[in-house]
Design a protein around this ligand. Structure first.
Ligand SMILES: [Zn+2]
Length: 229
């Protein structure tokens, strides 16, 4: 399959969807990435320098999937002008993905929300979309959980390339979020899951067959307390 991940800022793909992308790649799928904004609000000092540094960081962090496409939309202003939609549309038409992964429309940051809406409009009834988890899972009710335990360290490593962003705080974030999502599936402690949401719309009724490492059913057993409960 041809998978396209679209993140709003230079570190979003790594934080919210790296696990599933690594699993797609492992399975032999083709993965490409688009980073919509230039990330120029993610730090102090010269914006120009920060944009260049963040591009370098993303290129290293996502190298498993080839070089990311940078749309360089000003950070904090995604969706302000119609040109942003066309920029995005043009790239999606070149890549021709079978499946898109992007932010949820109720996420915390306006760039995430606006990107989600734009991608939804562009993909329309042509390309199915799965939406990644929101920051701290707020306003997000997953439809799919992906077991990313086997690639969790790769995810952490990809985040480590974002030196300008003090990556340690994101280690804490993914530890918390991906453990919590694993716990929701009654997976044993030390396991990790990423959560996604797929909304049915004609002609796409299901994506289940195409997702890697969907979490298994694990019955709750009070006598065998191997999980979080
Ligand atoms: Zn972001």
């Amino acid at each position: 399959m041809n998978i396209l991940a679209i993140g709003a800022h230079p570190d979003d793909i790594e934080i919210f969807m790296y696990g599933i992308l690594a699993l797609f790649k492992k399975r032999g799928d083709f993965v490409s990435t688009i980073i919509a904004t230039d990330g120029s609000l993610g730090g102090e000092g010269s914006k120009k320098k920060l944009i260049i540094s963040r591009q370098k960081e993303s290129t290293l962090a996502l190298k498993e999937f080839g070089k990311p496409y940078f749309l360089k939309i000003p950070d904090g202003h995604l969706g302000d002008v119609i040109d942003h939609k066309y920029k995005l549309k043009k790239k999606i038409e070149i890549i021709k993905p079978d499946l898109i992964i992007t932010h949820h429309w109720l996420d915390y940051h306006s760039d995430h929300r606006n990107l989600s809406k734009l991608v939804n409009e562009i993909a329309s009834h042509y390309i199915p979309i799965i939406y990644c988890d929101t920051m701290m899972g707020v306003n997000f009710n997953p439809s799919h959980y992906i077991d990313i335990t086997s690639v969790f360290n790769l995810k952490k490593k990809s985040i480590s390339f974002h030196k300008t962003q003090k990556p340690e705080r994101f280690y804490n974030l993914i530890e918390l979020m991906n453990s919590y999502r694993a716990a929701q599936c009654n997976m044993p402690k030390g396991n990790y899951a990423e959560a996604f949401y797929f909304e049915k719309s004609f002609p796409f009724s299901s994506v289940d067959k195409h997702l890697p490492n969907l979490t298994d059913l694990i019955k709750f057993d009070i006598k065998k307390q191997f999980g979080f409960l």
